[in-house]
Design a protein around this ligand. Structure first.
Ligand SMILES: Cc1cc2nc3c(=O)[nH]c(=O)nc-3n(C[C@H](O)[C@H](O)[C@H](O)COP(=O)(O)OP(=O)(O)OC[C@H]3O[C@@H](n4cnc5c(N)ncnc54)[C@H](O)[C@@H]3O)c2cc1C
Length: 398
């Protein structure tokens, strides 16, 4: 077996050097434990038990709803989540991709529908979504984007009176705790963001901010306006994104909303519990309970007030259809009795495009005399074995 202490280098050693290297490596290996995130307690819940509210999906939205509803002491809440506690990779920014093919992701793929995604093999793309507390907020890219006013206005105009711009921004502010000292110094930005919410908003650290600024300056020069904060600017322009991160650790609705209230007596939490069907009365079409699969058993829970469906953009319509709400013809083709013929359920899924552009370049104006000479050398065609130093920066997302 390879031992660091006995690693045979060519150089002589007193033994202290190898020991120091080994201790350093051990320190970094143990550092993951410093993240120290508690797991949520699994509640003891009996089959056929009744609750005031049942929430299906402890993801981004469901965790917020669970916290808010359980603030009312007289209400008993059941939170049903198909996944479990997020892994250490969730808490560590930059490791989200390592969860792509793991148990913490639903690992769905799109079907080839002819026109879309034809540049991809089989015309099918991965539809990544979190399967754990915090849902997709536990594996997303952590860019803090409030959304576009025009979309909220459209929903309001369609008759959803709670989605007025004032209400939407009031709720965002309630969720936020802006902690970037630089941004807080700007009075417009300071006024825009909330300061006391459960989700810490900051900026990613960057060791190459000069390069980023160079890219932003270039964007500005070609007509994409530089803005000090993208949310304040209504997402138009180029700038440095804010992130759901605190002290180098991911902020999700699990860490921000659920973890701090995990011991509330009136919130019962079921992990690795998959909701299969919402129970709905035939005549009045009222949801009165949920059928859940857990540890190979089918359990039934009843709700006296509401069943809240927050299972994400794909599973929410799927569960509605499994429960008899959806396009009648489609349900009949799957032998599901149709309780409510609702043709738009399962339609109109929309996602956004991301086009990453990597810019390569030398660090701006920071060259030593030696590097400048090296630059000249690089241009000499006969010199082929010298590798220029390069820095990599992504526009607006350091
Ligand atoms: C890879 C990726 C990167 C992203 N990057 C960003 C970003 O940088 N910035 C940004 O603003 N947005 C980003 N998003 C989008 C954002 O994360 C999602 O829009 C948001 O998290 C969705 O919230 P949700 O509550 O609707 O669903 P989710 O957070 O997905 O929650 C759904 C929950 O329901 C559970 N569930 C599903 N079915 C059942 C069932 N039958 N029974 C029990 N539980 C069930 C799931 O396990 C999950 O926990 C990203 C998304 C992904 C996937």
């Amino acid at each position: 077996m390879f031992s660091l202490n006995n690693a045979s280098c060519l150089m002589p050693t007193t033994g202290a050097g190898p020991q120091l290297f080994a201790a350093t490596l051990q320190y970094f290996a143990a550092a993951q434990c410093l993240l120290n995130h508690d797991t949520l307690p699994e509640s003891n819940v009996a089959n056929f038990q009744s609750f005031d509210f049942i929430i299906i999906g402890g993801g981004t939205a469901g965790s917020v709803v669970a916290r808010r509803l359980s603030e009312v002491k007289g209400w008993k809440i059941l939170l049903v989540e198909a996944g479990g506690d997020p892994p250490v990779e969730s808490h560590t920014p930059g490791l989200d991709n390592t969860m792509a093919d793991s148990e913490f992701n639903w690992k769905s793929v799109s079907t080839n529908n002819g026109p879309i995604d034809q540049a991809i093999v089989n015309g099918s793309i991965k539809l990544s979504r979190g399967k754990m507390f915090g849902g997709s907020s536990s594996l997303n890219e952590m860019h803090y984007i409030r959304g576009h006013d025009a979309d909220f206005q459209k929903w309001f105009d369609a008759g959803n009176e709670d989605w007025s711009l004032d209400d939407v921004h009031r709720c965002f502010k309630k969720a936020e705790s802006l902690q970037s000292i630089k941004l807080l110094k700007d009075p417009t930005i300071n006024k825009f963001y909330g300061k006391e919410g459960p989700i810490v908003i900051n900026r990613f650290n960057s060791t190459k901010r000069d390069s980023t600024n160079g890219v932003l300056k270039a964007c500005h020069e070609v007509g994409i306006n530089y803005v000090p904060d993208l949310n304040v600017a209504g997402l138009m322009g180029c700038g440095i994104v804010t992130a759901t991160a605190a002290d180098g650790v991911r902020q999700s609705t699990n860490t921000g909303y659920l973890e701090p209230i995990k011991n509330r007596w009136n919130l019962k939490i079921l992990k690795h519990a998959f909701a299969r069907k919402i129970l709905i009365t035939n005549d009045s079409k009222l949801a009165f309970g949920v059928q859940v699969e857990k540890d190979g058993r089918i359990l039934t829970f009843y709700s006296t007030h509401e069943v809240i469906l927050s299972a994400g953009a794909v599973n929410t319509p799927q569960l509605l259809m499994l429960s008899g709400i959806g396009p009648k013809e489609h349900l009949s083709s799957k032998n599901i009795p149709c309780l409510v013929d609702s043709p738009m359920v399962g339609q109109n899924l929309q996602d956004h495009l991301v086009i990453p552009i990597t810019v390569y370049g030398d660090g701006p104006d920071k060259k030593t005399e030696k590097e400048k000479h090296y630059d000249i050398l690089k241009l000499a065609p006969e010199v082929t074995d010298i590798r220029p130093l390069q820095t990599t920066e992504s526009c607006g997302v350091p």
